[in-house]
Design a protein around this ligand. Sequence first.
Ligand code: V47
Length: 369
Amino acid sequence: MSFSHDQKLCDISAKVKTGERLSFDDGVALFNTDDLNALGKLADTVRREKHGRTTYFNVNRHFNPTNVCYVDCKFCGFFRTPRQPDAYTHNIDDSLKIAGQAVGEGATELHITGGLNTKLPFSYFTDLLSALKKQYPQLHLKAFTMVELDHFARFYKMSDEDVIQQLMDAGLDSCPGGGAEIFREPTRSMICSHKCDAQRWLDLAGKVHAAGLKTNATMLYGHIESIEDRVDHMVRLREQQDKSGGFQCFIPLAFYPENTQLAHLPGPSGIDSLKTMAVSRLMLDNFAHVKAYWVMLGKRLAQVALHFGANDIDGTITEGGELTESYSVESNNEVKMSKPELIGLIEEAGFEAVERDTVYNRVDRVAVA
Ligand code: V47
C-alpha cells in the first residue's frame, strides 16, 4: 500500500526519510495536499525521531509591563494609546508582586513583553530586570522580542550590542519569539507597517545569538497571508538558524480576530492549524522544538497538534492581573492552566509529559511530604 494517494507527498516523504532538505515548492505542496493523515504521519515520524514520546511543558507566567504602544498592528487587540482609560504601566513594586506570586506557584520562567511605550526611559527596563533578578535569582527572565530590541536601539539611540549587553547585565536570560508575524512583503507592511522589517528582525536574532542567548521564533498565520508567505517565513528562519543557531523553538501562532482591526476575518480553521504545525516541523529541519501554543489553538486542538509535529505545549501561563495580551481562544478568556491539567492533556494524547525550564533542561521537583 502506498504512503499516500498524493504522489507529490510521496516524493516529499522520500526526501524526508533520506534527510534531504525540503524546498520552498515542497513546502507549498505540503500545504496544498488534501491528505491530512499522511501529512500528519510524516511530521509525527520526524517528531518521534527527535523526541520520542516526550512532550515538554513549563511552569511559567506571562507579564506585560505596559500595554501602551504606538505601533498599531492590525492584528493586535492588546495595545492602548496613553490616553485610553485602561492604559497601564506597572511600577517595579507591582512587577515584583506579580513575579513573587509566580514563584510561589512554582514558576521557573517569567515571559516579559509589552507595548512600545515612548514615555518610558530605557532605565525602566533595566531597573525592572535588575529588581526581578535580585529578588528572584532562580526565575529565568525571557524578555523582549526583536521588535522591542529594535525599538530600544532606535528610540534610545544605542547600538544593538549595547542594548543587548545592558539588558543581559540587568538579568536578561533569553528572548521570546514574538514580532516575527509574517516576514514577506507586502503582507508585513499591510498588517504591521510600523514594525521593523524582516531582515532587521532576523539580524537582531543573530546578534542576540552571538551574545550567547537563546531566542524563539513565531509566525502569525490565518489572517491575510498566503501559503507562499508562510513557507517563505519558514525558509528565512531556517536560513537564519543555519547562520546563528540560537533558535530553540518555533511557535506558529493561530490568529485570533476578536477585538482587532481584522475582526471581520474568521481566523484559521482547525485543519489549517494542523497542516501549519506539520509543515513547520517538516520545513524547519534545524529547529529542535515546535510548540503547540494552547492559548491560541485551544486545549483540544493543541492535544491533536502533538500528533502533527509539535513536541511542546508551552506552560501554565497565568497572566498577572490582565489577560494575556488580551486574546485567547479559550472560552471565558481564562489564560491559565494548572500543572496537573497540562500533564493530563499531554498524557491523554499518548505522550510523556516532561517539565522543562526555558532552555529545555528537565526540571526534577523534589516531592514534598
Ligand atoms: O508577535 C498578536 C501574536 C505575538 C494576536 O517565545 C496574536 O515562547 C493571535 O510571541 N491572535 C506575541 N496572535 C506572543 C508571542 C509568544 C507567545 C507564546 C510563546 C512565545 C515564546 C511567544 O502574539 C505577537 C503576535 O504575533 N499576536 N495579536 C492575535 N490577535
